[in-house]
Design a protein around this ligand. Sequence first.
Ligand code: HEM
Length: 200
Amino acid sequence: MQSIIDSPRAALAVGAAIAAAVLVVWLVAAGADGLALTAYLVRLVHVLAAMVWIGLIVFVNFVQLVALGSADEAQRAFLHKAIVPSVAWWFRHASTVAVVTGVLLLLLSGYLLPALIYGTGVFMPAARVLLLWGGVIVALAMWMFVHMYIWPNMQVVLGMRAGDDLAKAAARGRVILFARLNLLLALPVVLAMVAAAHLF
Ligand code: HEM
């Protein structure tokens, strides 16, 4: 097995194996029905993806953009090669996993089509429903910003799409604007979703 010192993937895999072992022991001891277990696992992946997405929003706004802003041409070229593409990869895919698992959670938590999943309606206080759907709409806008503005403009900045110096400067401005909007909206979304899940 690859050493956890040499490989972040190996470290993550060992962590996942420990977590899975704890989960199995807990399931055997306490028991859980299939639907509750599925909802739990989807919720787990949703929260993990949201953690990565929001973590990278903080990293991009407070670390990466600051470093790029103060870098000279050679340093910027290095950052564009060594750091920015991987950050963009994790950012895009974490946001998509958060949205896909979010849609599944809408079904598994009884917000959408409860009769289909549970065979009956599910009572929800109006405040919980309002908070959750408000959070969902804003989160979908954040996801759209990532895929329709941040990533396409980032590709121009990185030279993966054609663009002269003027186009690159404009694209850089749009990346910053939409990264800031993601930062601005991150806390309201987390607040609304955690409140929907735990406050009522
Ligand atoms: C910025 C993006 C998002 C973040 C940071 C986020 C974060 C969270 C967090 C932290 C929870 C609480 C989990 C718990 O404590 O049990 C949650 C729950 C939930 N999220 Fe999200 N989420 C995001 C996007 C979405 C999207 C796009 C959807 C739907 C399409 C969605 C649907 C849900 C649902 C249905 C719940 C369960 C609420 C409940 O149990 O009442 N989320 N989310």
